[in-house]
Structures are given as structure tokens and as C-alpha cells.
Design a protein around this ligand. Sequence first.
Ligand code: ADP
Length: 239
Amino acid sequence: MKTLIEARQLHVRYGMHEVLTDISFRVGSGDFLAVVGPNGSGKTTLVKTLIGLLKPTSGSILLEGAQLSNSSRSVGYLPQKSSYTDPRFPATVREVVKTGLKHRIDQHHEQISRVLKLLQINHLADKRVGKLSGGQQQRVHLARALVGRPSLLVLDEPTGALDPHTRECFYTTLQKHNQEHGVTIIIVTHDSHAIGQYARSILFLDRKVLFFGTMEEFNQTPSSSHYFNHAHDEGAAEC
Ligand code: ADP
């Protein structure tokens, strides 16, 4: 598998406080990587560093072999706790999705319509986002992250606020993008069921790398049975 993104000996600090120590791993093009670890283990810090929102104190990130800051490839990002709770929030679905494009010229109208259709929210295009359900809002965020046709999609605990059925639909949509459109996925999640079902690789983090490898390799480690104690295969959801 061709390497899409690689972290080399990353160290990240907030002030004097080092949160990530000597993090190295590589993610192949088309991979589905789950980033797991206890609260405060540095998962959010890591994904923010991977997409260039935080600067490492040392080490580097290569996206398709180029330094992240020099890379022209787009990365889609779904941050934690992204919801619009105020029904009066003035932006429509189409307007929110448009902010995911680097150059917002009118020719992008079709690109936006395409992604809305793909995520089955085209009928909501002119609705205010604050009036939508949690599951619909999450699709809007996903549409915003996907509209620029990124080769890499980074998601930070995207399903926390969703009910089990909507959550399953969300993962099914992600899997479709991964398998049919070749989008590489890096997802931070506590959802061991989804990891067992969808992830191909796993990065176990606690300020440093505790495990990095394929799910097959992880399943042979003693900690995996403890981790996946409650995981079971429920099959793909009808959405
Ligand atoms: P996780 O996502 O695994 O819960 P985080 O990356 O959010 O972990 O946090 C890792 C550590 O860094 C925690 O101890 C947290 O308190 C600290 N931290 C996170 N963000 C900041 C910040 N902006 N300033 C200072 N410390 C922070």
C-alpha cells in the first residue's frame, strides 16, 4: 500500500507540558485507521497536528512524501463536538458545505449538489442547519469535509451525539467512501464495535504509541480481547 501520510518522531507540547512523545507511524492510501486510547492520551492533539492545526515541537509529517505545509493535497476534517444547537443559526446546509471549499466560486454549485446527493441530504440544502437533527447535522459536517474531494478524511469522535441507528448509518457512509471512492480515513473513536467492524489498522495511544499495526496483528495481542470485550458484529445498517 502506498504511504499517504507519515508521522516521524513527533513531539508535541502545550507550553512546558509534553503531551505526545516520539510518535511515528504511516498510513497507506485507502487505509481506515482507528486512533484509540484513554481520555487525555493525546488523540485530539495528534489529529490536530496531523492536519496542521498544531505545530509539533519536533519531528515531521509527510503527506504523499511532501512536508505537510507544502502539500497541495486537501485534507477533510470533522472536529469534535461540531453541532449547531441554535435553531436561529443563520446559515443553510448549502452555505455550510460551501465553507469546505478552498475557492468558493460559483462553479462549485455542482460539486456541492453532488456531495449533498451522495450523503442523501440534498432535500435539506436550503434548510437552516440549526433546525436539523443531530444525525442530519453530522451528515452536513461530513459533506463539508468531503466537498473538496480530499484524499484524507480525519474525524475526531464524530458519532458521540448520535443514536445507535444513526451512528451505524454514519459508519456505513464512511465505509462507502473508503471502499468505493478510495478516501483514506483516520478516525478517533471510543466505539469498539465500529473499530472491530470497519477499521483496518489501529493506533493505540497513551501519549506515546502503545501499539500500531493492522487489526489482524492487534487481535493477536493480549490487550485486544479486553478492548473488544463488548464488540459484536451487527451487520451494516439500512439507512
Ligand atoms: P484526548 O483527545 O486523548 O482526550 P487531548 O489531546 O485532548 O487528549 O489532551 C491530551 C492532554 O493535553 C491532556 O492532558 C489535556 O489536558 C492537554 N491539553 C489539551 N489541549 C490543551 C491546550 N489547548 N492547552 C493545554 N493543554 C491541553
